[in-house]
Design a protein around this ligand. Structure first.
Ligand code: CA
Length: 228
């Protein structure tokens, strides 16, 4: 696992390098944001430790540039300041986590392990809500162990509802994300409503507990607190 440490204070950078190498990571250090950005764009790293206060372009600017370029390397921000504003700004700018100096080295290691684990996760291919299950690999959906006979569109719709379970999904969202049509229209709304109704018959029809809810005037919701 390769870690890039961007830190202008030599003592801290050296201590981090030494400590991380001692537990088996390969570490490269950069003393400015520009150097760090250059390293990240020329070599592969599994994680970046980024100091917030850097000479020249600060950590936030570097962070924003990295994310704008579409580089998804997990980034842990290190900072001497601890204010809510800094924290929010850092996370909003694309940091994955945040650690305030001085920190205990074991805590840094724990955060690093967590981010590396998260970064290596496979994309989700199975979804579950109560006794409703959907598997993208086998392209099967079932409820209470009984297979659901779904059309391709119904399957796609159910997958989308499961991905957003517990949240309200509007017709606009369904039009864009499931039907891939940007323009709202009455005929499209009708198609969406009919598909939802068919899906609901198959998913909820024979079962006492209803999972798909209509949120009047807003859209639909799969799961959530009350099952009406
Ligand atoms: Ca600094």
């Amino acid at each position: 696992m390769r870690i890039l440490v961007v830190e202008d204070e030599r003592k801290i950078a050296d201590a981090l390098k030494k400590g991380l190498e001692a537990v088996g990571y390969q570490v490269t250090t950069a003393a400015s944001g520009e150097d760090g950005f250059f390293c990240l764009t020329t070599e592969e790293y599994d994680l970046m430790l980024l100091d917030l206060m850097l000479p020249g372009r600060d950590g936030i600017e570097i962070l924003q540039t990295i994310r704008k370029k579409g580089i998804a390397t997990p980034i842990l921000l290190l900072t001497g300041r601890d204010t809510v504003e800094d924290r929010v700004l850092g996370l909003d700018s694309g940091a994955d986590d945040y650690l305030v100096k001085p920190f205990a080295f074991p805590e840094l290691l724990a955060r690093i392990r967590l981010l590396l684990r998260r970064g290596n996760q496979e994309p989700q291919h199975a979804f579950k809500l109560d006794d409703l299950e959907l598997n993208l690999l086998t392209h099967r959906a079932s409820r209470a162990g009984q297979p659901l006979e779904l059309t391709a569109k119904e399957f796609e719709l159910l997958e989308y509802l499961l991905q957003n379970q517990g949240q309200v999904v509007s017709r606009e969202m369904l039009a864009q994300d499931v039907w891939q049509i940007r323009e709202r229209s009455t005929p499209l709304d009708n198609v969406i409503d009919v598909t939802i109704a068919r899906l609901r018959r198959k998913v909820d029809g024979p079962f006492e507990k209803k999972l798909i809810r209509t949120m009047r005037g807003v859209g639909f919701c799969l799961g959530g607190t009350e099952h009406v």
